[in-house]
Design a protein. Structure first.
Length: 562
């Protein structure tokens, strides 16, 4: 069954994708004809929404398991973080017992939407990618409305900004590059991060309307909420706000004092609220520890990746940002600062790489592409007006101008070329349902344990336990805790030792009540077998699955303080 409850076991995924690719341009042309006839920008925006939904549906309809669950390290951990909250645990901790979670909002939100039901969350999760993609397009259109008294930004231009940001921020050959397709790796793979994009236009909307301390506090709180969703998006916006204030001072604008005060107040409110969060971040994650994986070679084309690699949209985005700034209103200047701030962070990454701290390079890449894409939509609208004037048609109907722009970029739009079979490494593995042994393991654990029980064993298996059952794991390989040696020693004694009473006393320290074992686990302990484990008084076999190539077993610890 797919996410819609339809049996797709006999579906030819390749033919399905090819048919969808051939059908989309026909449907898009028909829709643009309707837009031109009705002359309503809302219909163009609806087309953008439907095009995003089309890409999501083409990717998800053939799948018989949650997208990227079997092959995506991020996806499996991400689902586990939500499921432990749905099982009743605090959102301030991850699926690794005792580990602080510094982006807890997503888990709380999804668990609430799923009614704190593990099964409901699992059924709901595929549709969250659709919700964030559509939400970003809609929030861009509405969040870019200028405040009263400012130069108006046409709703046609805002609809184009939504379309360019979502459907033209990815390129056909990008799947062959370092960072791959931004739309897929953000909305499909990480809707928890994409929620920060949904919040961005509303933060812009709030900031340009700041008139009092109440507004400043509210905007600072919204920036803080973005941090709880995805801390890096909060950091990128903060840099852009500083750029906004600095440019206002450098240009000696009359409102420079107010701009500096507004930026300072918003950042100060955010910092005041976020200070306990920063302590959590410092305690829970060693993000300032250099690593060889976080370097950027001096010969790397880093500066070209997010700029000239997608040259037409990048140049159009630069034009859009510049023309927005030249309008002189607060919204236009802030849009310019968002693009400039994103590029400034991207340009600073080689410096971070020199000291081994270039973390999450892919996230800033996607941020640059989405922000630049939105500016490119505004740039296309402005360029269209200039071209019309040069051709002697300065009064060209706005609907006609918008439709002509959409027609010109339609071949480059994501639904026109998207082929997940060849462009998405996660798609092929998601065409088959999760293995019967993993499904059986999840069912047995849900049936034979309580949500508060902690599971020990192989870290990769424990990620599946969290994702399927909401049970936390002793160590999932996420962050090395201070008591890591004790946890590993306990795991060794649990699997290879025989002292039941001492083992149960130590198990109570983390509330370990379950153990998962597979072939890889047993191979690390010579002479160990499922039969030997099952023969121990304190180990009860509750699930076993054997094949000629592998086996999987789940044990429940008995005795001690149940």
């Amino acid at each position: 069954m797919n996410a819609f409850g339809i049996d797709v076991s006999g579906l030819d995924a390749e033919s399905f994708v090819q048919t969808a690719s051939a059908l989309f341009p026909v449907l898009a042309l028909g829709w643009l004809l309707v837009v031109h006839r009705l002359r309503r920008p809302g219909w163009l925006l609806a087309g953008v929404v439907l095009a995003n939904a089309w890409v999501w549906a083409v990717t998800n309809f053939p799948l018989r398991q949650l997208y990227a669950l079997s092959s995506g390290h991020d996806r499996l951990l991400q689902l586990g973080l939500v499921q432990v909250v749905a099982a009743g645990h605090t959102p301030l901790h991850t699926s690794q017992v005792g580990h602080l979670h510094f982006e807890p909002f997503w888990g709380l939100l999804v668990a609430a939407l799923g009614g704190w039901s593990i099964d409901c969350v699992l059924a709901l999760y595929p549709f969250l990618s659709l919700a964030t993609a559509v939400g970003f397009a809609l929030s861009l259109h509405h969040g870019l409305r200028p405040p009263p008294g400012s130069p108006q930004l046409s709703p046609w231009a805002r609809a184009l900004a939504a379309g360019f940001a979502t459907l033209l921020s990815s390129a056909p050959l990008e799947h062959l590059g370092t960072y791959r397709v931004p739309w897929a790796l953000t909305f499909l793979l990480k809707p928890n991060h994409a929620l920060g994009l949904v919040l961005l236009p509303w933060l812009v909307w709030s900031f340009v309307r700041v008139r009092s301390w109440t507004h400043r506090i509210a905007t600072g709180a919204l920036l803080h909420l973005m941090g709880w969703v995805f801390v890096l998006h909060m950091a990128y916006v903060s840099v852009s706000l500083v750029v906004f204030a600095v440019l206002s001072v450098v240009e000696r604008r009359e409102e420079a004092r107010r701009d500096v005060l507004d930026v300072g107040a918003v950042l100060a409110v955010n910092l005041a609220v976020v200070s306990p969060y920063l302590v959590m971040l410092l305690v829970g994650y060693p993000f300032l520890v250099p690593s060889a994986n976080m370097t950027i070679p001096v010969w790397s084309p880093h500066l070209l990746e997010a700029t000239l690699r997608h040259c037409p949209i990048f140049l159009l985005g630069m034009w859009g940002a510049w023309t927005a700034r030249r309008r002189g209103d607060r919204l236009g200047r802030l849009l310019f600062a968002l693009v400039a701030g994103a590029l400034l962070v991207w340009a600073a990454y080689p410096l971070l790489g020199a000291v081994g701290l270039a973390r999450e390079k892919d996230e800033i890449y996607y941020w640059v592409r989405f922000v630049t894409g939105a500016a490119a939509g505004l740039g296309a609208w402005e360029l269209g007006a200039r071209v019309a004037a040069a051709l002697g048609r300065p009064s060209l109907d706005p609907a006609a101008r918008a439709v002509l722009i959409a027609l010109l970029v339609l071949p480059s739009a994501l639904p026109s070329w998207w082929d997940p079979l060849r462009m998405d490494a996660y798609f092929p593995d998601s065409l088959e349902p999760i293995s019967t042994e993993l499904a059986g393991m999840g069912a047995a654990i849900s049936r034979e344990s309580r949500p508060s029980d902690v599971c020990a064993g192989d870290p990769q298996l424990l990620r599946w336990v969290a994702a399927l059952t909401g049970r936390r794991g002793l160590y999932l390989g996420m962050h090395v805790p201070a008591d890591h040696p004790s946890r590993m020693d306990f795991t060794d004694r649990l699997l290879a030792g025989d002292d039941g009473e001492a083992l149960l006393r130590d198990a109570a320290r983390w509330n370990v009540r379950l153990a998962v074992v597979n072939r890889a686990t047993l191979e690390r302990y010579p002479g160990l077998s499922i039969e030997r484990l099952a023969a121990r008084d304190h180990m009860k076999l509750i699930f076993e699955h054997r094949t000629p190539r592998d086996y999987l077993a789940v044990f429940r610890l008995q005795g001690g303080s149940e």
